[in-house]
Design a protein around this ligand. Sequence first.
Ligand code: UDP
Length: 418
Amino acid sequence: MLTPVWEIEPGTEKPLIVHVNATATGGGVSELLRGLIRHQPAGWAVIAGTADFYAVTKYVHNLLHGQADPGRLDDPALMRTYRSTLAPQAEWFTRHVTPDDVVVLHDPQTLGLAPGIKAAGARVVWHCHIGAVVAPERGPGAVWRAFDAELAALDAVVTTLPEFAPPHVRELFVVPPAVDPAAPKNRELTSDEIAAVLAEIGLTTARVAPGVTVTQDTPLPHDARVVLQVSRWDPLKDMPGVVRCVVGLPEDVHLVLAGTEPAEIPDDPEGLAVLAEVHDVLAGLSEAERARVHLVNISLKRPERNALVVNALQRRADVVLQKSLEEGFGLTATEAMVKGRAVVASAVGGLRHQITDGHNGVLVDPVDLDGVRAALARLLDDPALRRELGERARAGVLERYTMRRLAEDYLKVIAGAP
Ligand code: UDP
């Protein structure tokens, strides 16, 4: 059943706003909601689901990225699993919202609540954070057909990019995500604080710390140049491809791959397989190459500590990489950019919108491994260029992607009529 993550203070002005997503921790949407509720008087609840349900929603997620075979959607059992999980949870809203209120459903995991909430009379908004520009008969088109009844119940849709929207939307709002520069994930850290965090988790020492698992042959040397990718262990983030980048990079360059403990994210069932693939790639490297790759698995059970570790890693990095094969937006890039880091990112989805190649970062073709290595090597060898890109990146994020702006955009979504 639905679990409240954040209750609204009694006496909060109407309309009441309630966000609903699939998980309280792990991934960009929960990160976004954690920041947004500090700037917007809103409630937040998460749905419950079984492994079967999350297998369906991950498949739909991959379809929206244009990265799965739409054929399986024809199996009626699939939509039955999806709808029968969500329909009873819509009932929660009949007790918690009135017709003046607004419910914002995030991503495909929660879209199935729309008909039930609409029947309760509230304004229903679907905020879809993902998408891809592919031939319409592939992924997204098939999803729009299968979810026709759910889409018909929506009053409004919010997307990161206009091209991610389903057809025939009553009201469409294009709203990019945001970061909170003052949050534990992004706040300034001194070099001593960064060094202390990295020592405490065992990355630069051989220490074993609770809540963080570091897998490495030897600790990260203090004078190493560092390339970092922070991601869920999701096939679309291409963590195995990141490991392959170590081959041919200068010998003082180390790769740090940081990700959430896969077992802790219920709506992402592919994590353990991706992690196993990363270990396979590591096993195929020479001993010297393997010694330059460090895996950091961070538990989400203590969100503040996770935020501090990610913050310290991003600030320690000389270059932050986001080698995704598809990406709705890519908050990990935004977080690196607000810290003035030089970013190398794939020229896909939302990353392409955040970064102008050569201006505030570098864009690469994620399947061109030599091209990715060359971009990393060029930036690693040019501190002045890194500084220049990083300064423009930070200024751009503060102008375009702050929580204050997101909260203002949401006022329009709540009021209606874009
Ligand atoms: N993240 C984290 N710890 C990790 C890995 C990721 O806190 O070990 C956070 C990351 O900092 C970012 C979010 O998860 O805030 C990922 O968002 P993004 O938009 O990059 O990708 P998504 O996971 O939503 O596809």
